[in-house]
Design a protein around this ligand. Sequence first.
Ligand code: FES
Length: 105
Amino acid sequence: MAGWVRVAAVTEVAEGQCLGVRVGEKEVAIYHLPGGEFAATDNVCSHEYALLSEGWLENGCIECPLHAAQFDVRTGKAMSAPADEDIAVYPIRQDGDDLLVQLPD
Ligand code: FES
């Protein structure tokens, strides 16, 4: 595993919201769950091409803006059709005012 990469300031992702960031070639979605927990996943839907950060975050799931598949943002598990493939999740941590994600090489 590569090192940790700063992806955003904590203040850029309001509670209950998500943010799409690009790290190198990778699209990553950052989620700020109610209660203060953060999560990070691939930002591209496993069904077709859509950015999940443009969807809706509710009850720990992100709903794809294109065909409404839902994914658990903590586990990446595809929770509803039409997606049947999970998405990758990444370790995320807060360091002061910054959010850092650990991405694979
Ligand atoms: S592109 Fe996400 S559900 Fe179809």
